[in-house]
Design a protein around this ligand. Structure first.
Ligand SMILES: [Zn+2]
Length: 303
């Protein structure tokens, strides 16, 4: 029988970080201390394995994404930081925005797709098979009813390229990085030499194929330009902080992703890829998808 995601062991890479003992884990979230005064909050028991970041400054904190909405993130972040918290979305995909409605406003790059979702929310149907029990490592968490799941509308506060979030002793600059989705942003903390990359890069299977209303329109040319733009920051970076799988990755991965995308665009015939099986979990729209493997990540693409 085909091996399922949930039969994999919990990830070993969490052992690299100190786990923080929290009251409001709700048998769902885990919190780790990352370098540079950042908390990494993860949802390791659902297939997406989403990461959320709480960046601590001396005047304010910044929450990068709000998670899948299976459990409530707000009590947890308020336990970790008592003070003003600026909430920002890496992009508008469901696994990053589902607790947005619990906050007064969420900063994001605004385009017609995320504007629509912020005004209307998302029904559970938009999540494809993501809410099936097989997508949960230990089955549904106690009290969770997938039939009642939906993502409520929320208050979107538009931000542009170059906007600075000022936390007092640290500043994070918005870099617009369309590609994975048009509204994708990264946050650059120059002083602390980190880049929060959202889903535009993470050390797993990168999605380079979306073409629908709920998830926006992927663009290969935009994706390549974005990765080339942020590759210029590599000498100024110690870590990438990514929104799925392991929290941290090496900055050189930015350039490797740009190069990998170019090989896919140019139909490089030395590229190794597999055809992704039907019934996979990439929220596809009936098109054949392929997966090309690279060092420490892969790319899912149409072809
Ligand atoms: Zn995601």
């Amino acid at each position: 029988m085909e091996k399922k995601w949930k039969d994999d062991k919990p990830r070993e890479y969490y052992a690299k970080y100190r786990k923080v003992d929290v009251k409001n884990h709700q048998d769902w979230f885990e919190v780790y201390e990352l370098p540079k005064n950042v908390y990494g909050i993860c949802e390791p028991s659902q297939f997406q394995e989403v990461n959320i970041f709480l960046v601590i400054g001396d005047k304010k904190a910044l929450l990068f994404d709000t998670g899948m909405g299976i459990r409530k993130i707000k009590p947890l972040v308020e336990e970790l930081y008592q003070g003003e918290i600026i909430v920002v979305n890496s992009h508008f995909h469901f696994d990053h925005i589902a607790n947005n409605y619990c906050f007064d406003g969420v900063h994001a790059y605004c385009d017609k797709y995320n504007k629509y979702v912020s005004e209307h929310g998302l029904p559970k149907e938009a999540l494809g098979n993501q809410l099936e029990e097989i997508m949960f490592r230990y089955g549904y968490p106690k009290g969770f009813n997938p039939e009642e799941y939906h993502i409520p509308p929320y208050n979107l506060i538009p931000v542009e390229e170059g906007h600075i979030f000022d936390l007092g002793n640290r500043k994070l600059e918005v870099i617009h990085t369309p590609g994975h989705s048009h509204d994708g942003i990264m946050l650059f903390d120059k002083e602390n030499r980190i880049l929060l990359t959202g889903d535009t890069f993470y050390p797993g299977a990168l999605y380079a194929h979306f073409d629908n209303e709920e998830f926006g329109k992927f663009s290969m040319e935009d994706y390549i330009s974005s990765m080339e733009k942020v590759s210029k920051l590599i000498p100024d970076l110690d870590y990438l902080y990514s929104s799925h799988r392991d929290f941290t990755a090496e900055p050189i991965k930015l350039k490797e992703t740009a190069d990998a995308l170019k090989r896919i665009r140019d139909k490089d015939d030395t590229l190794d890829y597999i055809v992704v099986d039907e019934g996979h979990t990439y929220l596809e729209d009936g098109n054949t998808l392929k997966e090309a493997k690279f060092d420490g990540f892969s790319i899912i693409f149409k072809g």
